[in-house]
Design a binder for this molecule. Structure first.
Ligand code: GLC
Length: 415
C-alpha cells in the first residue's frame, strides 16, 4: 500500500471512530479507588490537594497504603444505578479509573494481585459489571489508565519514597505490565469505547507512546485514544484539568472538569458547582467546539455523592428540553461579543442562541448573523418570537418570562 493510500485509510477510520464522540458532547468521568476510603484524611490529618493524590501527598509507604484493600468493600455499588444517573444527566459516555496513579486495579488482572477481585473483601469486578450494564443500556464506556505514574509498581514512575528512582526500569514496567494490562482491558471488557491515558507529557520515550497506540489500534480499531497518551498519539486533544480554552478551537478536544474541587472523593469538599454553573460550562465548551467530561467521585461505600446526583439531575432536566442545541452541535459560527448576554451553538441552517442573562427590558440583541433569519422561536416551547433584522444585526422581542432562568435557548432558522 502506498503511503498516501494508507494515510487516507487511517483518516477514514478515524472519522468513523470519532463519530459517536463528536455527537456525544457530554460524558461522565468517575474517579474511584482505594483513595475513596481515606477521602482526604490520613492519620487524622486533612491532606491538602486532590483526593486521589493522597498517597503521594502524604508520602504513604506502599505497605501501609496497600492495607486499604482490606477495607475496600463498597457494598452499595450498583452499576445499574450509576449508568442511570449518567443517563438522566444527559451524559452519553462514561470513563472510569481502571488504574489510577496509586496503582490499584479496579479490574481483575493476571498481572498483579493488587486488584479489586483478588485483594479486597468486596471480591467483585466493578468494571465487568459496568461494562455489561453499559452494553445493555447503549452507554459508551471508557477506561482511565495511568500508564506513566504508578506509585505501587517498583518500576513505575512517581514513587521515590519507597523506591530508588535510579534502580527503576521504566521500559520494563511499560512493556511487561502496562501493555499487557491494556490488552486485558481491551479483550476482557470489550467493547471499550475510549482509553483515557494521563500525564503522557511525562512519558520519556515517544516510541512507547507509539507502541501503545499501535497495540490499541490492532486489538480494537474502534477504541478512541485521548490526547494524554502523549507524543501526539491520541485521537483528540485533552485540555488541562478544568481549563476551558479562551477561544473557539478547531479539531476534537475535551475538557475534564471536577464537580467540586477534587476528582477522587473527599469527605469535606462541599464546593459543588450549581446546576446553572454546569449548564453554562457545558454550553461554553460546546460553543467553542469541544466535549465536557464531568467528574464524580463515588464514596468508599460505592455511591455517587448525593449532592452530585442532585446537580446532575437538574442538568439532565435542562438537557431533556434543550438537548437539540447541544448533541451533535458545532461551535459558534458567529462572533459573540465578550460582554454579550448569550452564547451560541449551531447546526446546519440553525443557530442556537443560549441566553444566560435574560433581557428583562424586553429586547434581545444578537450580532454578526451571517444570513437572513427566517424564523425565531423558543426551543423549550416552540413559541414564535418576532424580530427585526438590519444586516447582520438582529433585535428580538423578548417575552417577559423566559422558560428557563439558567439558559433559555432561542432558535434562529437561517435562509
Ligand atoms: C490530573 C491528575 C489526576 C486526574 C486527572 C484528571 O492529571 O493527576 O489525578 O485523574 O488530572 O484529568
Amino acid at each position: 500500500m502506498s503511503l498516501a493510500v494508507e494515510l487516507k485509510r487511517e483518516e477514514e477510520e478515524k472519522e468513523k471512530r470519532m463519530e459517536w464522540w463528536r455527537r456525544a458532547k457530554f460524558g461522565m468521568f468517575i474517579h474511584w479507588g482505594l483513595y475513596s476510603i481515606p477521602a482526604g484524611v490520613w492519620k487524622d490529618k486533612r491532606i491538602p490537594g486532590i483526593g486521589e493524590w493522597i498517597m503521594y501527598r502524604a508520602k504513604i509507604p506502599v505497605k501501609e497504603y496497600e492495607k486499604l484493600t482490606e477495607l475496600f468493600n463498597p457494598v452499595k455499588f450498583n452499576a445499574e444505578e450509576w449508568v442511570k444517573i449518567a443517563k438522566e444527566a444527559g451524559m452519553k459516555y462514561m470513563v472510569i479509573t481502571a488504574k489510577h496513579h496509586d496503582g490499584f486495579c479496579l479490574f481483575n488482572t493476571r498481572y498483579t494481585d493488587y486488584n479489586v477481585v483478588k485483594a479486597t473483601p468486596f471480591g467483585r469486578d466493578p468494571l465487568k459489571e459496568l461494562s455489561s450494564v453499559c452494553r445493555k443500556e447503549g452507554m459508551k464506556l471508557g477506561f482511565y489508565y495511568s500508564h506513566v505514574l504508578d506509585w505501587h509498581h517498583p518500576d513505575g514512575m512517581g514513587n521515590d519514597w519507597d523506591y530508588d528512582p535510579a534502580k527503576k526500569d521504566f521500559v520494563r514496567y511499560f512493556r511487561d505490565y502496562v501493555e499487557p494490562q491494556v490488552e486485558e482491558l481491551l479483550t476482557n471488557y470489550a467493547p471499550v469505547a475510549l482509553l483515557w491515558f494521563d500525564i503522557g507529557n511525562r512519558l520519556p520515550y515517544p516510541e512507547l507512546a507509539r507502541e501503545l497506540r499501535d497495540l490499541v489500534r490492532n486489538l480494537s480499531p474502534d477504541t478512541i485514544i485521548n490526547g494524554r497518551i502523549g507524543h501526539g498519539m491520541g485521537d483528540y486533544i485533552e485540555m488541562g484539568d478544568n481549563k476551558i480554552p479562551e477561544h473557539k478551537l478547531e479539531g476534537d478536544w475535551e475538557v475534564p472538569m471536577t464537580l467540586n474541587d477534587t476528582w477522587g472523593y473527599k469527605s469535606y469538599d462541599h464546593n459543588w458547582k450549581t446546576p446553572g454553573r454546569v449548564i453554562q460550562i457545558l454550553v461554553e465548551v460546546v460553543s467553542k467546539g469541544g466535549n465536557l467530561l464531568l467528574n464524580v467521585g463515588p464514596t468508599a461505600e460505592g455511591e455517587i455523592p448525593k449532592p452530585a446526583v442532585d446537580v446532575l439531575k437538574e442538568v439532565g432536566k435542562w438537557l431533556k428540553v434543550n438537548g437539540e442545541s447541544i448533541y451533535g452541535a458545532s461551535a459558534s459560527p458567529i462572533e459573540v461579543p465578550t460582554d454579550a448576554l448569550y452564547m451560541c451553538t449551531a447546526k446546519p441552517g440553525k443557530l442556537f442562541i443560549h441566553v444566560i442573562a435574560w433581557p428583562w427590558y424586553g429586547e434581545l440583541k444578537v450580532y454578526d448573523i451571517p444570513e437572513k433569519v427566517r424564523r425565531a422561536y423558543l426551543l423549550a416551547t416552540g413559541d414564535e418570537l418576532s424580530f427585526t433584522q438590519e444586516g447582520t444585526h438582529l433585535k428580538i422581542k423578548a417575552p417577559r418570562d423566559p422558560p428557563d432562568n439558567i439558559d433559555t435557548v432561542v432558535v434562529l432558522e437561517l435562509d
